[in-house]
Design a protein around this ligand. Sequence first.
Ligand code: NAD
Ligand code: TYD
Length: 351
Amino acid sequence: MYQNLIVTGGCGFIGTNFIRYVLEETDFSGRIINVDILTYAGNPLSLADIADKYGDRYVFVKADICDYKEMLSVVEQYDVDSICHFAAESHVDRSILHPDDFINTNIIGTYNLLKVAYEKIETIKRFHHVSTDEVFGSLGAEGLFREDTPYAPNSPYSASKASSDHLVRAYCETFGVPVTMSNCSNNYGPYQFPEKLVPLMILNALEGKALPVYGDGQNVRDWLFVKDHCIAIWEIMFSGVVGETYNVGGRNEMKNLDVVKVICNLVDEVAEPLASGESRESLISFVKDRLGHDRRYAIDCNKIDAELGWTPSESFETGIRKTVKWYLSNMDWSESVRTGEYQNWIKENYL
Ligand code: NAD
Ligand code: TYD
């Protein structure tokens, strides 16, 4: 069992859910050190109750993973024996607008952490790297991404994640750093910053705003409920084989337009009707397509199922119901993370 686990990017969407899951629902008895620089996507308020409840077992360090000396000193100060690496710039649209941050954090930041792990190889028992299915590129109508599918990233975001995956693999092969990796599909659930499709549509539908669907809305993604993802990562950190990579998917392939329609119908069910009396589907607005928009992602997650006994427990129908309910009950949280600058950019570009 790990005693001192660094979680990078713990104030972001998946990191927050992961820290909550590990502290509240597993038999982990050690300490989590959450290392996060708090970009626009990092919100320490998401874990305020955890900080109160777990005392010394939860430590927050505001630091940049690109800073080698600082990362080394955190590892030394807290006797770190394991790292679960989430910190990244994660939004494709932003990577099209400002690729620099993606190169720095996703590539240089990961490289720094790997150097630290190698420097401390006597004590680091596991370095888990969280990556994306987007590294595999875009699929046609048929087929699934497997762990051995060749990499073909198309956006600055996916190219930066692909680079980090290669570095992680290389540090294991060359220097023996005990890594595992996971490549997962699109996550959704509580605490997701409302720039991504699901929370943006939920909040806009609640507020009666336009629902911007890129292109023809026929792009396909696989949807993974965030808690299922956290369970998979924890399983890999303990039972995954060093040097191996695992695909994690929700077995929920859907077209974007269908995702938006499901959200509209759910919001119609739980919220006040629109003043017009129409369904929220009337808010759907087709806008210009994303540059280089990948057509279809779909993931074969049979390896983690067969080898580690993990399978997703939520269908999109059950997971999205929980998610809509969460956003409805946590409007304050959404308000606190929405900033003017990015909303203006969305308006200028897409609405
Ligand atoms: P997010 O954008 O919500 O959170 C990222 C977190 O990293 C934020 O708290 C941010 O402050 C922090 N961070 C950014 N740069 C940092 C730096 N230089 N130093 C320290 N902290 C920094 O992202 P997320 O959706 O939670 O994604 C987490 C990981 O999962 C990422 O590596 C992402 O590529 C991967 N992933 C996400 C999805 C998804 O659907 N969200 C799917 C596949 C893979
Ligand atoms: P997103 O949530 O940004 O995740 P990713 O790009 O990592 O898959 O987008 C999911 C899909 O939804 C993607 O095909 C782009 C599309 N999309 C829209 O149609 N409208 C939107 O406002 C957003 C944010 C995304």
